[in-house]
Design a protein around this ligand. Structure first.
Ligand code: URA
Length: 207
């Protein structure tokens, strides 16, 4: 549907800290979580509101409440790094998980794990993965959530490559995509340039 680069000085400052190769895993994780929280404001802009009556200490008045259940769907494992930051702002959000690995023969993403809460068809889904590179995992994960019955789906990443955005828009034109930065390109090894390296390794301190 639409691609949005969520630009804000706080996000740009934190993302720059994350890009630096000497940033510790602890700082990387904290900044990722904080950026995810800041992005929620934009991601949820069109979430439906219900009008309710409330009683203040002074009088009765009209107010608003979010009734649509929210489900965050981290793509394992790097997506976990954005989950807490989003749930901090939407504490009632439930979490589904999608695990995928790359089949070395077909080079296509294959699902190894998937679990979701009920009532997905009426929920607002936020599928998260910090890096939108080729788009392969994002497309496969969104195929899966659509099989569960999801209709209202947002895809949220930290850094996107133009190649990944193009592929995801083509495969799922009904899904809104949000990124903190649209980077330049993918290199021959599939890394986003300038990017920040392997997000999963940097979050979890692996190699
Ligand atoms: N996945 C990552 O973690 N980093 C990239 O640059 C591309 C894919």
């Amino acid at each position: 549907m639409a691609f949005t680069e969520v630009k804000h000085p706080l996000i740009q400052d934190k993302l720059t800290r994350m890009r630096k190769s000497d940033t510790s895993s602890k700082d990387f994780k904290e900044n990722l979580s904080e950026i995810a929280s800041l992005m929620v404001y934009e991601i949820t802009r069109d979430i439906p509101l219900k009008t309710i009556e409330v009683k203040t200490p002074i009088t009765n008045t009209k107010g608003y409440t979010i009734e649509t259940p929210v489900v965050i769907v981290p793509i394992l494992r790097a997506g976990l790094g954005m989950t807490d930051g989003i749930q901090n702002l939407i504490p009632t959000a439930r979490i589904a998980h999608v695990g995928m690995y790359r089949d070395e023969t077909t080079l296509k993403p294959k699902q190894y794990y998937a679990k979701h809460p009920d009532n997905i068809e009426n929920s607002f889904l936020i599928v998260v993965d910090p890096m939108l590179a080729t788009g392969g995992s994002a497309i496969a994960a969104i195929d899966i959530v659509k099989q569960w019955g999801a209709k209202d789906i947002k895809f949220v990443c930290l850094v996107a490559a133009p190649e990944g955005v193009k592929a995801l828009v083509q495969a799922h034109p009904d899904v809104d995509i949000f990124a903190a930065s649209l980077d330049h390109h993918l290199n021959e090894k599939g890394y986003i340039v300038p990017g920040l390296g392997d997000a999963g390794d940097r979050i979890f301190g692996t190699k």
